[in-house]
Design a protein around this ligand. Sequence first.
Ligand SMILES: [Zn+2]
Length: 83
Amino acid sequence: MLHIKKGSNGEKLTWNYLLIESNIYSASFTCNDGHFGSLLDHVILDNGRVEPSVVCTYEDCTFHDYITLDGWNSNGPKSEGYV
Ligand SMILES: [Zn+2]
């Protein structure tokens, strides 16, 4: 299990909120090789755990792990006091 911190898009091993529709959030994710992707086809539990395991979709990238999004809140960035 890999813990991913929230960060700017493109920073390695970070996640950020991705607004799907009003008040419904998923997350973007950057693998340890700097590849940017989304977790739209994954379930993010309230504790930040992502199911199922995450595979980077870039050709030749070997990233494949179970991840947890540290600081995840299913209510989105509003829960952090901004927006
Ligand atoms: Zn990758």
